[in-house]
Design a protein around this ligand. Structure first.
Ligand code: ATP
Ligand code: MG
Length: 572
């Protein structure tokens, strides 16, 4: 390819809506263009990167034994009704009402893949099956952000596995999991598999593949000692040592009018002479469980509540009979279950609401002034919490999710009558599923974020995804015929050797040319100048290590091959 043929315009200005360095670099490099918020076109350079990524994904999934198919993005609404996800995912669904009926633009494809695969899964002999597609997804994300990071239309490589039982489902899961590790390594991304929460997809075991990044919207907890890693929703802290209940403390109730909520209560209590702090207050919150029963959840005032599965915060209407803003742990009727995080055992006594409008109590002791029915994990982990697996300490890592693997089990097949196979014994049983997704269009943003300068100037792409591995430029105030001829000849021979190469052939100054080529981001520059040609050499610049060497013209093809192979393996 020649620069004169590229869809490319020098863009020095930084786009106004771009906060992330990767977003700036992708816009300035002519990779993507915004159509509307969260919707982007891939210009030829960006599309080339995307195809390189897809190619790696396809190679590894094929190797794992998955067959590629293509499911429709336009899906009839009834299949979404059948699984109940028409309601569960209502927030993000794009719905289309046409003359021919009501449709959903697929945000994910579990329903569609079951429809497509079930007729071919009759008996245990037809299993296992692993399939995947590379397909556009639509999600009405409330906050589209950072260019390609979070968009409303994006491409996902989504895989699905079908098995006869839990054990074989786990084996299929393992195949995808290992393929994912191989894919991210080839893409030059350090993606860490972390234990995760199932969310609206459902199921049991699952892992998110996270890349540490300062612009990440997620956090995962990591133990430096034993390697425990879990995302913030799934992470558990280890036990903090409990302390003895205070014996010389007496519970005292204070009148604290107009002081609902921890911070205001602390101020009001201190004004009254009570020695309390946010961390010595007990947050007492009203939850509702699956049966509609009310549950009081207790956590320290300086921690964030993690609502347990199957429960939710009570609505205002459900708070009737409770002193909103002044709820405490003590004196509830036996129908109200009290659950507490084990951290509640780490202080001899607590201050909390007094279950009476405008009142707080101080000196409340667990087991004396209030009872706890069960201790459960109720807080979001924080930096410095003990590791649940060893003696180590957890730290939080800000990160971006690039992939997700789920053991779905019977979540979908259990409710869809067609999702069955006939067992060896002749029984009709639901098959065991897994689902797997890589954010194909998010990946260029994550790579760019890792491999661009902090001012969003330009990306140096890893060899595996670079639109052009080598950029050739002839230099010198007046390019001699020889410079032009050698540059053109190298373009030809490097291209023929199978390495993607770009030739700067525009009639522009060397400075402008170099600046543009930097925006395009090849990891290798081949610089042809009259002075070096006189010595029979050209310059080869390895932009990843910022090193330049001189290479005899006749050795350049072989040298580039060695370089690009070394650079590719180094970034794995
Ligand atoms: P996130 O937590 O980032 O919203 P998710 O957990 O909702 O993602 P999954 O349903 O697990 O996403 O989808 C699989 C993969 O698709 C994600 O790991 C991510 O890489 C990608 N992805 C999801 N939503 C988007 C989006 N709005 N824009 C770009 N990529 C996305
Ligand atoms: Mg996810």
């Amino acid at each position: 390819m020649r620069t004169s043929e590229l869809v490319f315009r020098s863009r020095r200005e930084v786009p106004q809506d771009a906060e992330a360095a990767s977003h700036k670099a992708l816009i300035r490099g002519n990779y993507i263009r915004r159509l509307t918020s969260g919707v982007y076109s891939f210009l030829p350079l960006g599309y080339q990167v995307l195809r390189n990524i897809e190619h790696i994904v396809e190679e590894e999934l094929d190797r794992a034994g998955a067959s590629q198919l293509l499911l429709p993005a336009l899906q009839p609404v009834d299949i979404w009704r059948a699984t109940g996800r028409i309601d569960k995912m209502a927030d993000v669904l794009f719905r289309v009402d046409g003359k021919s009926g009501s449709f959903v633009l697929g945000p994910t494809h579990e329903e569609a893949v079951i429809e497509a695969m079930s007729p071919d899964i009759e008996s245990y002999r037809d299993l296992p099956k692993l399939v995947y597609q590379v397909q556009t997804k639509f999600r009405d994300e409330p906050r589209a952000r950072f260019g390609l990071m979070r968009t409303r239309e994006f491409i996902m490589a989504d895989g699905y596995s079908f098995d006869i039982d839990r054990e074989t489902m786990r084996q299929s899961y393992q195949r995808f999991y290992e393929a994912y590790l191989a894919i991210f390594a080839r893409l030059g991304l350090q993606a860490e598999p972390v234990e995760a929460d199932a969310g609206s997809i459902g199921g049991d075991v699952n892992h998110e593949f996270m890349v540490a990044s300062s612009i990440g919207e997620d956090h995962f907890a990591r133990c430096g000692d034993c390697g425990y890693q879990a995302n913030i929703e799934a992470a558990r802290a280890g036990a903090h040592p409990p302390v003895a209940v205070a014996l010389d403390v007496e519970a005292v109730t204070y009148s604290t009018p107009n002081a609902p909520g921890i911070e205001i209560a602390v101020k009001a209590l201190r004004d009254l002479g009570a020695e309390v702090e946010v961390g010595t207050m007990l947050k007492s919150m009203l939850l509702v469980d699956e049966t509609g029963a009310r549950v009081i959840a207790l956590i320290p005032g300086d921690r964030t509540l993690k609502v347990p599965h199957g429960m939710r915060l009570a609505t205002d209407a459900e708070m009737a009979g409770f002193a909103k803003g002044y709820i405490g742990p003590q004196g509830h009727s036996s129908e109200v279950r009290v659950i507490a995080d084990p951290l509640v055992l780490t202080r001899p006594s607590w201050a909390s609401g007094a279950n009476k409008e405008g009142h707080h109590s101080v000196g409340l002791r667990v087991g004396v002034d209030f009872e706890v029915d069960s201790f459960v994990d109720l807080v979001v982990v924080e930096d410095g919490d003990p590791c649940p697996r060893c003696e180590g300490v957890l730290s939080l890592v800000r990160s971006v999710e690039v992939g997700h693997t789920f053991q779905l089990g019977l979540t979908y097949s259990g409710v869809l009558p067609q999702a069955r196979y006939r067992s060896f014994e002749g029984e009709e049983l639901p098959y065991w599923m897994g689902c797997y997704g890589i954010g194909v269009t998010r990946v260029p943003a994550v790579i760019a974020e890792q491999y661009c300068s902090s001012d969003g100037d330009a990306v140096v792409w890893p060899v595996a995804v670079a639109p052009y591995v080598v950029s050739i430029v002839g230099v010198g105030a007046t390019k001699t015929n020889e410079v032009t001829a050698v540059a053109a000849q190298l373009h030809e021979s490097i291209g023929q050797s199978g390495v993607s190469v770009l030739l700067e052939d525009r009639n522009i100054s060397t400075g402008v040319a170099m600046r543009d080529l930097e925006l395009i981001g090849s990891p290798l520059f081949c610089i042809v100048g009259a002075r070096s040609l006189a010595k029979g050499v050209v310059e080869l610049r390895d932009r990843i290590h910022d090193q330049t060497i001189e290479v005899p013209v006749e050795e350049i093809v072989a040298t580039i091959h060695t370089f690009s192979r070394d650079l590719a393996s180094e970034r794995r």
